[in-house]
Design a protein around this ligand. Structure first.
Ligand code: 3PG
Ligand code: CO
Length: 555
């Protein structure tokens, strides 16, 4: 059993209000015209950076520092917030699936054996993001699952693909479809009836998150389960190419389509007796579909027909809800997070973001766990996000509203920690709209100001950081760092996250004057932040946490 009592910090006092601010998608990169944080007016973040050097530093937010397979993997919000909240580095979904495939354990475990029971009479459906972005899923893993399942008896396989263009370049969907179509063609030669059955863009079909807009999931359900969509094609490559050419269409927002046979009948609706695997390893954008597939009393939209299927997730997406109940690979077990420790040590906690990032500062922060640890000491506030728009249309998003609620929480005196996520740099950065991203960065900076002003008023402490880079670099670069051009000579917009480090800044009137960043930790990462925050609350971190970033010198 866990001893939840945290030892007192030898010098730092308790009882200060600590504001933990996470700027989503806010990395540090050299200043140029594609660095929206540099271009934007961000006086508050600038002043932190240009202030006392012992109060501002960079930490790693990508690759192995956050539990990803390699340092070529960009950071993302899931692994970033996991590391920030848990204070330790856990092997993450991408890596766990790689390992299970490499060892072959994936085929022996309960999840695969469960869906395998359907292979005799039913079809195996694979639903997920077709991309090598490595954030939600990876194409090479999908290829191995298709191959492995066919070798183990799947005779009829249907893929329901979601196109990316968000974690990878827009337009790359075409190449991914070609790759998987090649594999499927080879399987057909071997007598396996394997094809793509439906598709659509990830932001318009299926992959909504935190229940922002159920119509997105419904669109997917109609195509994948019912075999109905406004666009019908006989070939997926043609579908993607044709639909991409429509006005305003891109990989992220491709309208839903189904593949039909010569008679116009959809080739792969999901029916009784089939097996379904959702192959994303990341949870946030699969939870809603998993609920629709698995919850008997589901009522968020009319499912019309609910097939009796054997369903497994690539991972279990929510440990608390046990959703889905069957899965191919066990998720990282992230326990004893800093949030749970602090609450159990009396730290009254307020967490807030708008819908699209709400689960980041709650669910991901708390080790992929939904709900409160202790209702009497916690309040989580979700500001409703705009839905049905792309965020370059409203780049300020709800930053002001988040800041106002947080300011009020600080001034109320009811909380010892306020923890927030400001989504602008990331959500607008993902649209690839540079001008809008500049507006977004400014809005985030203004929100930081409001929070820091409140911290000032109550004599508190702040720690401002980010979960990964995005807005600081909006262009794809060659090895020499120069912007890359496409065939038509325009720059290649980078909608994805980056490999850049992120800032950590501390300060506020409540900060002990002797606190400064240590100079003896060479390459700290996001996981070092949790112990730091515990110190700011007057506690020492558990021994197995990554070490704190701060020390206290006599002053
Ligand atoms: C998304 O899900 O929007 C992107 O794939 C990753 O963005 P996030 O990690 O910042 O949520
Ligand atoms: Co992002």
């Amino acid at each position: 059993t866990t001893n939840w009592t945290l030892p007192d910090h030898p010098t730092l006092p308790k009882g200060k209000t600590v504001a933990v601010v996470v700027l989503d998608g806010w990395g540090e990169a050299s200043p140029d015209q594609y660095n929206c944080i540099h271009v934007a007016q961000t006086p508050v973040m600038d002043s932190l950076k240009n202030g006392a050097p012992e109060k501002w530093r960079l930490v790693k937010a990508h690759g192995t520092a956050v539990g990803l397979p390699s340092d070529d993997d960009m950071g993302n919000s899931e692994v970033g917030h996991n590391a920030l909240g848990a204070g330790r580095i856990f092997a993450q979904g991408a890596k766990l699936v790689d390992a299970a495939l490499a060892s072959g354990k994936i085929w022996e475990d309960e999840g695969f054996n469960y869906i395998k029971e359907s292979f005799d009479k039913g079809t195996l459906h694979l639903i997920g993001l077709l991309s090598d972005g490595g954030v939600h899923s990876r194409l090479d893993q999908v290829q191995l699952i298709v191959k492995g399942a066919s070798e183990r008896g799947a005779k009829r396989i249907r893929l329901h693909i979601l196109t990316d263009g968000r974690d990878v370049l827009d337009g790359s969907s075409v190449g991914f479809v070609e790759t998987i179509e090649n594999d499927l063609a080879q399987l057909r030669e071997q007598g396996v009836d394997a094809r793509i059955a439906s598709g659509g863009g990830r932001m318009y079909v299926t992959m909504d998150r935190y229940e922002n807009d159920w119509s997105v999931v419904k669109r997917g359900w109609d195509a994948q389960v019912l075999g109905e969509a406004p666009h019908k094609f006989q070939n997926a490559l043609e579908a993607v190419k044709t639909l991409r050419a429509e006005p305003k269409a891109n990989d992220q927002y491709l309208p839903p389509f189904v593949i039909v046979d010569e008679s116009g009948k959809s080739v792969g609706p999901i029916v009784d007796g089939d097996a379904v695997v959702t192959f994303n390893f990341r949870a946030d954008r699969m939870v809603m579909l998993a609920k629709a597939l698995e919850f008997p009393d589901f009522d968020k939209f009319d499912r019309v027909r609910v097939p009796k299927i054997k369903y497994a997730g690539m991972l279990q997406y929510d440990g608390e809800l046990k959703l889905p109940s069957k899965y191919l690979v066990s998720p990282p077990l992230i326990e004893r997070t800093s949030g749970e420790y602090l609450v159990k040590n009396g730290v009254r906690t307020f967490a807030c973001s708008e819908t699209v990032k709400f689960g980041h500062v709650t669910f991901f922060w708390n080790g992929n766990r939904s709900g409160y640890f202790d209702e009497t000491r916690e309040e989580y506030v979700e500001i409703p996000s705009d839905s049905g728009i792309t965020f370059n249309e409203q780049p300020k998003m709800k930053a002001l509203e988040i800041a106002e609620r947080t300011r009020d929480a600080i001034l109320s005196g009811k909380f010892d920690q306020v923890r927030i996520n400001l989504p602008n740099g990331d959500m607008v950065g993902h649209t690839g709209d540079i001008e809008a991203t500049v507006v977004a960065c400014k809005a985030a900076d203004e929100a930081v100001k409001m929070v820091l002003d409140a911290v000032e008023q109550v004599g508190g402490i702040y720690l401002v950081t980010a979960d990964h880079g995005n807005a600081e670099d909006m262009v794809k670069r060659n090895k020499a760092g120069q912007p890359m051009l496409d065939k038509s000579g325009s720059i290649q917009i980078l909608t994805s996250h980056t490999l850049q480090p992120v800032p950590v800044a501390i300060g506020g009137p409540g900060l002990h004057p002797g606190v400064r960043f240590r100079s003896d930790i060479q390459t700290p990462g996001l996981a070092n932040v949790a112990a730091t925050v515990m110190n700011l609350h007057g506690f020492q971190a558990p021994a197995d946490y990554e070490t704190t970033l701060i020390e206290v010198v006599d002053k």
